[in-house]
Design a protein around this ligand. Structure first.
Ligand SMILES: NC(=O)C1=CN([C@@H]2O[C@H](COP(=O)(O)OP(=O)(O)OC[C@H]3O[C@@H](n4cnc5c(N)ncnc54)[C@H](O)[C@@H]3O)[C@@H](O)[C@H]2O)[C@H](O)CC1
Length: 472
């Protein structure tokens, strides 16, 4: 798990004040990090266009040019007048070394975007937009210095952003890099140390980035066990029964000792799933909402859902049902809610009366999850998206490993099944949400069929193989 920060200015300051490092030292390491990357991946003589802006992001780029000059064919383009003292100082150093600037951009093997980084706090002008258009159109390997130009400090993506193959971010990860809209412009994301280990550079953060290695699969190490040792998941199955069945399959596959579909009518689930018209007495967790519609009557929901204290996952149609949403007020219950942005809009309107659009939620995903958490800190919210956000109490976790294979009906049903399986096995709500979300995306990556072909049932199969693949 890595730490994530809203911005790194305070962390830079601490390096100056507490460790006696200067801005110059930090910048030299920023440039060296980029130079190392280029030296490692491209042979000497490769042509590199560095487009440097007016501030310290530009200064990083100019310092990079100096470090590579002589070994690589450097074309340094500085389109606007330099403003920051460091940019001017770096330019003077580059000049003394004989590094010349070019007036126009031309085709090179590599393009480094050092126009704007963490300081981009307003929309870019037409000249910059035009330049970015030119850079994006080039058939070059594209490296963004710190943050691709066009990703604003709050994570808003401007209409013409630099599309990086790799972003080399300085010091620590920034939240802006993990907004859904930025996923396709950031490319691969790597962090560069700035002269001290991240252990010293980073301070406290309540925001964490999940990694593959954080996945901990349900344990079956103990052998003196029986089906009752691994909990009983009750999955409500409604109007679109397929959703509940998929969810139940995922729950059973992810280790629930027993899984029962709670149904009204006779259905034909796979033989390993039980079905019942009530929540079984020995159920240890429940999930509701997947394909639910208006299937169950009020009295039934009151008795089996609202008055129950079992750990619960609320998904999909739950957010349209104010009766079920009463569960949110229960402070003595493990609760996970799993809205996608459109469902979040509905939920937020019910809870606050404020009508947002999906675009607004997407533009401020971090802010909205935190606002929800302010009101309901005891609930684990998992906001689905390209980068899933999970929050409970004050801790926010980003799962950046999602992929478009998952953009298909049924993936969410699998997720709710995985979560309820873990809740049934005794996980806390936050652990269940984190681990299920990791398992889902890692299983999706593992699927070897065409990227567009993965079915929810394939995903369930991959879940069943995770133990072998994550070990290897
Ligand atoms: N501080 C350090 O020790 C280190 C910084 N690193 C790098 O520095 C940048 C951040 O630099 P900064 O000068 O603060 O910001 P930018 O270069 O991104 O922007 C410059 C400047 O531009 C102005 N501005 C903002 N938006 C616009 C706009 N749309 N049009 C025109 N001008 C705009 C604003 O005033 C900004 O201040 C960081 O990303 C790192 O790359 C080192 O890496 C580490 C040491």
């Amino acid at each position: 798990m890595q730490k994530v920060f809203e911005n790194c200015y305070a962390l830079d300051e601490r390096c100056y004040e507490s460790y006696g490092l200067s801005e110059d030292i930090l910048m030299e390491h920023a440039a060296a990090g980029m130079a190392d990357y280029i030296r490692k991946h491209f042979p000497k003589g490769t042509s590199v266009l560095i487009v440097a802006g007016t501030g310290n992001n530009g200064a990083d780029g100019i310092a990079l040019g100096r470090q590579l000059h002589g070994d690589y064919e450097i074309k340094l383009h500085i389109p606007f007048t330099l403003h920051s003292e460091m940019a001017k100082r770096q330019f003077e150093r580059a000049r003394l070394l004989g590094l010349k600037t070019v007036d126009e951009v031309s085709q090179t093997d590599i393009v480094v975007d050092a126009l704007f980084g963490a300081g981009l706090n307003r929309n870019i002008d037409e000249a910059t937009e035009h330049l970015l258009h030119q850079l994006n159109a080039m058939k070059a390997y594209k490296i963004a210095c710190d943050i691709p130009t066009g990703v604003g400090v709050k994570g808003t993506l401007m209409p013409m952003a630099f599309h990086a193959d790799v972003t080399l971010t300085m010091g620590a990860y920034k939240e802006a890099l993990f907004l859904d809209a930025c996923k396709d412009v950031v490319g691969e994301l790597l962090r560069v140390d700035l002269g001290v280990s991240s252990l010293f550079y980073e301070g406290e953060s309540h925001t964490c980035l999940l990694e593959r290695c954080d996945l901990k699969l349900p344990s079956r190490r103990e052998q003196s066990t029986h089906k009752g040792s691994f909990g009983h998941a009750a999955v409500f199955c409604g109007e679109k029964e397929g959703a509940g069945i998929i969810s139940g399959m995922a729950a059973a596959t992810f280790g629930a000792g027993l899984t029962t579909l709670v149904v009204h009518e006779k259905i034909t689930p796979p033989p390993y799933l039980m079905h019942s018209t009530v929540v079984p007495d020995n159920a240890s967790a429940m999930a509701i909402g997947m394909g639910l519609g208006c299937h169950f009557e009020s009295e039934f929901l009151q008795k089996y859902v609202v008055k129950s204290h079992l750990p619960i996952v609320l998904d999909a149609d739950s957010f349209y049902n104010e009766e079920i949403l009463a569960v949110l007020e229960q402070k003595d219950r493990e609760i996970v809610i799993t809205p996608h942005p459109k469902e979040f809009v509905v939920l937020w309107k019910v809870l606050t009366g404020e009508q947002l659009t999906v675009t607004q939620v997407q533009e401020k995903r971090f802010e909205m999850v935190r606002k929800f958490n302010d009101r309901y800190p005891h609930i684990t919210i998992l906001l689905k998206g390209a980068n899933t956000l999970i929050m409970q109490e004050e801790r926010l976790y980003i799962n950046p490993l999602g992929c478009s294979k998952l953009s298909k009906g049924g993936s969410g049903d699998v997720l709710s099944g995985l979560i309820v399986a873990l809740l049934a096995q005794g996980y806390t709500a936050i652990d269940a949400a984190i681990q299920a979300s990791l398992a889902l995306v890692i299983a999706a990556h593992q699927y070897e069929g065409a990227s567009y072909a993965m079915l929810p049932t394939d995903l369930v199969e991959e879940i069943g193989r995770l133990e072998y693949t994550v070990k290897g």
